[in-house]
Structure formats: structure tokens, C-alpha cells
Design a protein around this ligand. Structure first.
Ligand code: WTA
Length: 652
């Protein structure tokens, strides 16, 4: 740890632009003004339990009412103690006695262009049938079901079928290796595996069943495997272990009442990358999580019943769990679900989908936005995007210039942008503008949602001074919070509750400006030290991205014999050729934007950056490369190993 880690982070970002919602937008919004937001936030802050109690009574279906709102035995929370509910019931059955039953729940489009629409009633029927199929395979309440499936409606059906009978799903993104699946299956003692013959990705077939076969050879707890026929390719079916989805569904009854489950019954496990190689199974439970994602979906996306919502995430990530499955469906939303890549068959696929389904609310990741910028405006210009009324981002900080592009090019300067900060661990969105109430500043996730009480502290837990950067913590429990790490309470305490006493440690750095706006400054481990200044990666990267020839950038520091630390930046160029002139121009540009001390010592041009499968830049690998290390750290979550080889070979 650097010597001055106990002190604060400096900020060099000078972002002064402010974008207030239009009066038309605000007048129709759920939360219409800053004052209304503040009242709500204050009410929640003064008495969180009364606040959530009032919401929970009406927003969820209770088979049995709860007797206590919160039991807090730090760091273990129980919400809505004694109550019984069911997330699948809240997502489906609740709508069946209303006109919503004939509303489209899912407008699905496959990568090759095939389409399906499922109304709430149809989705309910499929879920009930598959829940019975699972029961037929011996799945019981509390059993873990491992899901490794492409983005088809059956993935959602599988998740809701588990929730219906109290089985715990563990969805594994269908890009992970056999090894990664086996690790997760073993950690969770999964009993049944769900998969498909194959999935489509950029016109190619991903051999999912083949990967699962290799994984199951090392997953002794898994007894049965269900295979969806998505593509129709030849797969190996092991007698007695493997079953076709359609065979099971053919005989399954459509009558399967939702099981009344304890509020704290585990709903799912979702593995995220930890600092050590061992996968970390984040455990979420039923009532608090369900309530939190429903409410935040409605607040942040300002959801209206006539809207068409599209979240481009995969259900293999928490964004898909919370804002494709449990949030939107509990709220009775109509949404687009897309199976494939954004650049198949061409780079305008997303905009074609927006135009075709007249999407109103579009939620994506900064990594995708940077790709759109790199691919060029002509792909956007081909399509009519006038149906859009609200845009969102999640997963990383968005550089202010990328924000501006999103605002201009996709939002036509009329759509508010919600920059939503949250984590797998938080279950749902924690900080974001409420689009009718809070003016946005590009690059800031603005303010905490009602019920969220952030704190920014130094090592040891002292608050930083106003405006300074420090470790972002959450001071009070909230209903959507993780309940633990699967099978490892000790690690849960260590990781999230030991470094700062009495608060949840997010692992991110942040600062809060004079208007009470929060600016996420990256992971605590990603801080860079430049000539004795501790800076956040995002600020240096944003300075680079504000240059017209930079599509994407990553900044790291490396040991330097003379200066102690040197600043290396990795840059993906657009509309220009890499050259020494450009290299020097970028150095000067950062010097101008931030200050001469922050001029990068090295500028590496690259065609791609190492990213996790969910699109986050893996800066620690870049750091190893910049330091000239032959062996780089753990690459198990890296999406494309070739990127590293190319970087090392200095290929441009
Ligand atoms: C980062 C994704 C800045 C952050 C929902 C967090 C963000 C981690 C933002 C969680 C944002 C996510 N601005 N940084 N709007 N959203 N992050 O678990 O570092 O995949 O801790 O959850 O992503 O990533 P995870």
C-alpha cells in the first residue's frame, strides 16, 4: 500500500456542464422536482424502516405479513422478518388479474433476426411448466440450479421457475470456460445444470453444451442437465443425465402455484471476480431484493406503463438479474430482449432494434458507448431514434465526452441520461439522477437514491473534507444489499465490513462536490500516483477521451527508477493514424487539461484493451505490461487473451 494511502485523493476534473431535465419531462415524471426528491430522501434517512415498510406493504404480494422490518446484526441483515412472499409471483401472478396479463412482457429478438413475443400470461404458463419440469428432476426448495444459457426467453423462464419453487439460481455468463463453470458449480454444490445446444455470437455458434460437458466432468454435485435446443446442432446427450428442454415441457403441467417463501429465502447466487482466484458467490435473498429492484426500476427509469424498455446487458450479470428480470417484470414493464452482439450483422444493429421496436428507454454500458463512438456516427444516422425518451449507463464511469456523444447522437439532446452507480453486491441502483428531478453533470452519478446513505472516508474511517476523494462506503443497511458470500461468512466480513468500522465498504473511491454530487473515481486499487499526486484513473482517461482522436483510454502507473512512479496510458485511436506526432499531441493535451505534472510518460497505441467479460477495463494487467513484467496477474476473467499478446508485442 502506498505510504500516503491514508490520505485523500486529489481531483483534477473540471466538469462544469449541467443538464437539467426539460419542464415537459419533469412535469410527467414520477418524481418531478429536486424538492420532491429531497423530501423523499430525508424521509428515508430519518426513518429508513418506516420508509421501506410503507413501500413494502403495497409493492409486494405477501402470503404472510412480516412482523419486523429490519433485524440488523452487523454485518448480517434480515429484512421483512417473518414475512412470506415469492419473486416469481411478484413478477407474474400479480399481473394476471389485471389487464396487464395480455401485455407483452418480452419482445425477444434472436441474433439471426428471429422474433418471439411473450405476454405476461404466456410467460407465466411457461414458467409454471418449467418449474414442474424442475420438480420432476428432483429439484427441491433450497437446491442450487446452475444456468449457462444464451439470452433466450428460456433463460428468464428458467430463473423465474427456480424462484417459483424456492430453488436458488446461479447464472453463469455463457462466455465463461468449462473451468469457470466447474469452479462455480463446486462452490455452490449445484444439483442441476441448465444449458443449450449452442448460442449465437457474432454469427458464430458458441458450443455451450460441449463446454458444459467438460464442466460437468468436474462438477460431481450436478446430477441432471437440461438442454434447450436453440440452434439444432448435433450434441452429445448422456443417457440418464441429460434431458431436452422440449421433452420435459411436453409433459409438464401448467399448474404450479408459487411457493410461499421466507423473506430471507435465498433467491440467487451470482459470482463476481474477487481479488483472489477463488470465485465469490454473492448471495441475494427474496423480499428485500425484490422490493429494491422494483422500486429503483420505477424511480430511475421513470417507468410508465406504455414504455418499451431495453436493457442491453446479459442475464449473466447482475444488471440482467435486476433490470431485465426482477425489476421490470415486477413493475409490469414491456421490454426488448436481444440475444446477440451489437455489431452483427453490422455496427448499427442496436439502432435498428431501437427503431424497429420503438424503444423508449435504453440502458447500456460505457464500454458499448465507446465502441459506438469508434465505429462512427454513420451507423447511428441510418436510423430513426426519435422514440427514445431516456438513456442510461452502468458498469463503469462514463467519460464526460462519451456522455456528450451519447446525449447528442443517441439522445438527440432531448433525453435525460441516468448514470447509475451500483454493484453486484448492492443488488440494485444506489446512486443515479432521478431523471425528472436531478440535473445531470456529465461523468457524475449525481445523488443517492432514497434510503441510500453514502459516506466518503479515509483509511480508518474518518470522513474526508468536502470535495476530497476517499473510500466510498454506505452507512446504513438497505433492502437490496447482499446478505453474504455463499458459504463464507468470514470472507464477507473481511471484504466488506472490516476496513471501515460500521460501514459497508464498496471498494470504489469517490468524491462529493459542493452541490452534493458524487463522482466515482474508480476502484480503490486503481488509484494512480503521479509525481506524488494521487489521482483517479477515470480523470486522466477522461482528459484523453476529450481529444477528438481518442476513442478509448486506460491509465496506469508503473514503478520508475527516477521518478518513483511513471504514468503510462493506453489509447485506442479514432479518425487518425497512430504516430509520434499524435503521441506528443496527446501528452500535451493531458498537460493542458490537467496540469503539466500529469503528462503521460508513455503513450501506448493499441487496437483493443484487456477487458473482463462484462466489459470493464482490467487496469492491473496493463500495469503489469507497462512495468515490463513477463508474467501478468490472474487472467481468468479476461475476455480475450490475444489482446495481451498484441500489447506485449507492441502491435498497433
Ligand atoms: C463500477 C455492475 C462508475 C464500480 C452494476 C462498481 C461504476 C463496479 C458505475 C460494480 C458507474 C458500476 N460509474 N463506476 N455508473 N457502475 N461501476 O459488480 O467500480 O459488475 O464498484 O456491477 O463497477 O460492478 P458490477
Amino acid at each position: 500500500m502506498p505510504e500516503n494511502a491514508a490520505s485523500f485523493l486529489e481531483t483534477v476534473m473540471r466538469e462544469e456542464r449541467v443538464f437539467a431535465p426539460s419542464p415537459e419531462f419533469a412535469s410527467r415524471a414520477r418524481i418531478k422536482s429536486q424538492e420532491e426528491y429531497e423530501n423523499l430522501w430525508n424521509e428515508a434517512q430519518q426513518n429508513p424502516e418506516a420508509f421501506w415498510d410503507k413501500i413494502a406493504q403495497t409493492e409486494l404480494h405477501w402470503f404472510q405479513p412480516y412482523s419486523q422490518v429490519l433485524q440488523w446484526n452487523e454485518p448480517f441483515a434480515q429484512w421483512f422478518v417473518g414475512g412470506k412472499t415469492n419473486a416469481s409471483y411478484n413478477c407474474l401472478d400479480r399481473h394476471l388479474n389485471t389487464p396487464w396479463r395480455n401485455k407483452a412482457a418480452i419482445l425477444w429478438e434472436g441474433e439471426p433476426g428471429d422474433q418471439r413475443t411473450l405476454t405476461y400470461q404466456q410467460l407465466h404458463r411457461e414458467v409454471c411448466k418449467f418449474a414442474n419440469a424442475l420438480k420432476g428432476l428432483g429439484v427441491k426448495k433450497g437446491d442450487v440450479v446452475s444456468i449457462y444459457m444464451p439470452m433466450t426467453p428460456e433463460l428468464v423462464i428458467a430463473m423465474l421457475a427456480c424462484a417459483r419453487i424456492g430453488a436458488v439460481h446461479s447464472v453463469i455468463f455463457a462466455g465463461f470456460s468449462a473451468e469457470a463453470i466447474a469452479d462455480r458449480n463446486n462452490d455452490a454444490s449445484a444439483k442441476v445444470q441448465l444449458t443449450a445446444d449452442a448460442g449465437w455470437r457474432r454469427g458464430k455458434q458458441l458450443p455451450l453444451k460441449e463446454t458444459v460437458d467438460a464442466a460437468l466432468a468436474k462438477s460431481p454435485s450436478v446430477q441432471k442437465c437440461v438442454v434447450l435446443r436453440r440452434i439444432g446442432n448435433q450434441v452429445n446427450m448422456q443417457e440418464g443425465r441429460d434431458f431436452w428442454w422440449h421433452d420435459l415441457m411436453q409433459d409438464a403441467s401448467a399448474d404450479c402455484p408459487a411457493e410461499p417463501l421466507d423473506s430471507e429465502h435465498p433467491l440467487y447466487i451470482l459470482y463476481t471476480s474477487g481479488s483472489t482466484g477463488k470465485p465469490k458467490g454473492i448471495r441475494h435473498t427474496t423480499a428485500g431484493y425484490n422490493l429494491y429492484v422494483k422500486k429503483t426500476f420505477e424511480w430511475v427509469f421513470d417507468y410508465r406503463e406504455e414504455d418499451i424498455f431495453w436493457c442491453t446487458a446479459d442475464c449473466g450479470w447482475v444488471t440482467g438479474h435486476s433490470y431485465i428480470v426482477y425489476g421490470p417484470l415486477s413493475a409490469g414493464a414491456t421490454q426488448v430482449m436481444y440475444e446477440g452482439a451489437p455489431n452483427w450483422p453490422a455496427e448499427d444493429r442496436f439502432w435498428e432494434i431501437v427503431e424497429k421496436y420503438k424503444v423508449n428507454i435504453f440502458y447500456t454500458a460505457p464500454t458499448a458507448i465507446r465502441a459506438f463512438i469508434k465505429w462512427g456516427d454513420r451507423h447511428v444516422d441510418k436510423h430513426d431514434l426519435s422514440s427514445l425518451r431516456l438513456l442510461g449507463t452502468v458498469g463503469e464511469g462514463i467519460n464526460p465526452e462519451a456522455w456528450m456523444w451519447y446525449h447528442r447522437k443517441i439522445g438527440g439532446e432531448r433525453c435525460p441520461i441516468v448514470d447509475t452507480w451500483w454493484q453486484t453486491e448492492t443488488g440494485g441502483i444506489m446512486m443515479s439522477p432521478l431523471p425528472g428531478a436531478i440535473a445531470a453533470k456529465p461523468g457524475s452519478c449525481t445523488k443517492p437514491l432514497p434510503g441510500v446513505i453514502p459516506a466518503i472516508v479515509k483509511e480508518g474511517g474518518q470522513p474526508v473534507e468536502q470535495g476530497q476523494g476517499g473510500m466510498l462506503c454506505i452507512a446504513k443497511p438497505w433492502p437490496g444489499m447482499l446478505r453474504g458470500i455463499w458459504g463464507d461468512d468470514e470472507r464477507y466480513k473481511q471484504q466488506y465490513w472490516s476496513r471501515v468500522p460500521g460501514m459497508y465498504l464498496t471498494g470504489d473511491n469517490a468524491r462529493c462536490d459542493k452541490d452534493g454530487y458524487y463522482w466515482i473515481m474508480g476502484r480503490i486499487d486503481d488509484v494512480i500516483n503521479v509525481s506524488g499526486h494521487r489521482l483517479s484513473t477515470i480523470e486522466v482517461e477522461s482528459a484523453l477521451v476529450s481529444h477528438p482522436n481518442v476513442a478509448e483510454a486506460a491509465a496506469v502507473d508503473r514503478p520508475d527508477e527516477v521518478k518513483g512512479q511513471a504514468l503510462s496510458v493506453f489509447v485506442i485511436v479514432r479518425d487518425a493514424e497512430p504516430s509520434d506526432e499524435l503521441r506528443e499531441e496527446l501528452r500535451q493535451h493531458v498537460g493542458k487539461e490537467i496540469g503539466a505534472f500529469a503528462k503521460p510518460d508513455e503513450v501506448w497505441f493499441t487496437a483493443a484493451l484487456p477487458k473482463t467479460r462484462s466489459g470493464k477495463i482490467m487496469r492491473r494487467l496493463l500495469k503489469d505490461i507497462a512495468s515490463g513484467k513477463e508474467e501478468v496477474g490472474d487472467t481468468t476473467t479476461l475476455e480475450d487473451l490475444n489482446v495481451l499478446a498484441k500489447l506485449r508485442a507492441h502491435e498497433e
